[in-house]
Design a protein around this ligand. Sequence first.
Ligand SMILES: *Cc1c(COP(=O)(O)O)cnc(C)c1O
Length: 396
Amino acid sequence: MSNKPSGRTLAVRAGLETDEQHGAVVPPLHLSSTFTYAGFGQPRAYDYTRTANPTRDVLAEALAELEGGVGATVTCTGMAAITLVCQLVDPGDLVIAPYDCYGGTFRLLSDFAQRGLFRLELIDQTDAAELDRALALNPRLVWVETPTNPLLRIVDLWKLSQRLQDSDALLAVDNTFLSPVLQRPIEFGADLVVHSTTKYLNGHSDVVGGAVVATTPELHERMQYWANALGLTGAPFDSFLTLRGLRTLHARMRLHEENANALANLAVAHAAVRCVHYPGLPDHAGHALAKRQQHGFGGMLSLELAGGEPAAQVFLEALQYFSLAESLGGVESLASHPWSMTHGVVDEASKLAAGLCPGLVRLSAGIEATRDLVADVEQALDCVLAAASARDSALG
Ligand SMILES: *Cc1c(COP(=O)(O)O)cnc(C)c1O
């Protein structure tokens, strides 16, 4: 039994049998905001829940182990986790981020930069020349999302971390889209891994949360310090639920991927679709890289419909087993219109520059039966064609 257990075993068994009082199999939920001193001048392991909480610590330890870091800081949202990482840079420092990053990240980084908390360069990180130019400016923090949202572009983490080796730049990777089951950025040289645990890690669309996994005790301590100072730590009940979701993460990720793959293959062959963005498709620009860097292609895909925004509307309204909603990573399938929803806060010019168009729809494949999801997307795409030909004959 000397071998380190696999992530799947770690996720299932996180914190089990740690209750010394009653021998509970599942770790108890500690909601208490405060903890007594054992006596005058005798603090215990915990004193106040904003600073530290036993339930939250079980989740943090599990996330650190799954990502291969030294410690994790569990936050109240994914945006809180990103806010923490922003505390690592000072005024005048340069932050490099992808121009097609998550809309909320784009807003936060842009507004912080506007207020002078740091300088910001938004670039296409899959473009070697742009990356060269930006890295020559001596950044302090390089922010990466891979795959990107919603176009699923893949960034080469190993190449990037090698190029940053001789600088004092920190590499932070938002691993929300894949989870540590399908990608472990620390193995490719990341200094920090960020999650919106709202998505796959919790997996049931009933918690908003986040985490920062650090690779050195010093970075971890700074994240812990700022989480407490800014008051961004996660709630105990949310941590408890996320820990419960985490136990089935590996099983869920397999089903998400199986469904996404089936949907991508259906959509590629349909006349209503101009193009499909899914790294699992052999002709996706990042397919070979994703194969090397990831342990699977994930459960997210987006479709560019030939008929633009009107087609997107028909498609989204015709779907039966996909709920029209932002977010992703839950057991239920979701569909969204990035142009007006997740990326609604991004200005139009930036959206177009990032390759986003009004005819794009994004799907988060849930874990429902594959044949039901495939049939549903197929009939919704057929509706798009029917609506277009009805419009054409009305015009003709
Ligand atoms: C949702 C999301 C976030 C923000 O997380 P919240 O939990 O909504 O605050 C950040 N990055 C990515 C990639 C996301 O999908």
